[in-house]
Structures are given as structure tokens and as C-alpha cells.
Design a protein around this ligand. Sequence first.
Ligand SMILES: [Zn+2]
Length: 140
Amino acid sequence: MTQQPYKLPLPNSQPESDYYWEKAKAHELWLRKCNECGDAYFYPRDICPNCYSNNVTWIQASGKATLYAYSIVERGPTPPFRDVVPYIAAVVELEEGPRMPTNLVDVPFDEEHIKVGMALQVTFHDVTDEVTLPKFRPVG
Ligand SMILES: [Zn+2]
């Protein structure tokens, strides 16, 4: 199979999230967690969005999640997305609590196979030599 160049938007390097992307490249999912209030949160940033403490750390997520919301995208919003339809835009709720936007993959594109609340597991797509994107697929 020929690998096409990846044309969709890629993350910008930022000090607050570089560690997250470095771990994603190693096929690990890491989250920020607050040492003051105990909340884990996404997206990665140096200040807790719950209590505004900067006493935060990194934790490795289990990679387990449930489907919180999704949409089967049939018409891409901009040219590069038009080349990859259909795809499933999703928000998943991680076992640690935070919700994250992602894609649901390895599932038929119909509502018989996609259920809100279904059990999911992270999977990693190496989209370029430098960038790996965490996506989610059904468990089992
Ligand atoms: Zn906090």
C-alpha cells in the first residue's frame, strides 16, 4: 500500500504540550494531573483548569475510554478533509475523567456499530515521521 503524504493540520510545537506529543510518538497517552485538587485534565497545560494551581504533574493514562459523542463526517469542511471522508469525529471520556477530541477508527460507519458509552481503547497513528495522533477504537 502506498503511503500518501499527510495533508491534515498538525499540532504546533509548544512547551506545555511537547511532552504529550513525545509520549504519543512512543505510543503512550499521558495527561496532566493537578496535585492540589486531584483533577486529571486535557488538553495539556501548566495551570489546572479547575483550581488554577500550577502544582501539576504528568500521569500515564490507561488508554481506556468510553464514547461520549461522535459525528460521521461525510462532507469535509476544507479541502484536505474532503479527501479523507468519511471519518468519525469523536469526543471520548477517558478512564481518568477528562474528555478529549479524537477520531473513532476501526469501526463500521453505521449507527448499529457505534454507541455512545461504548468501551474504547487508544490506538496510535504515526501520521508523519514526527507526529503520532492518538485515536480510539472499540475494545475487543
Ligand atoms: Zn487543580
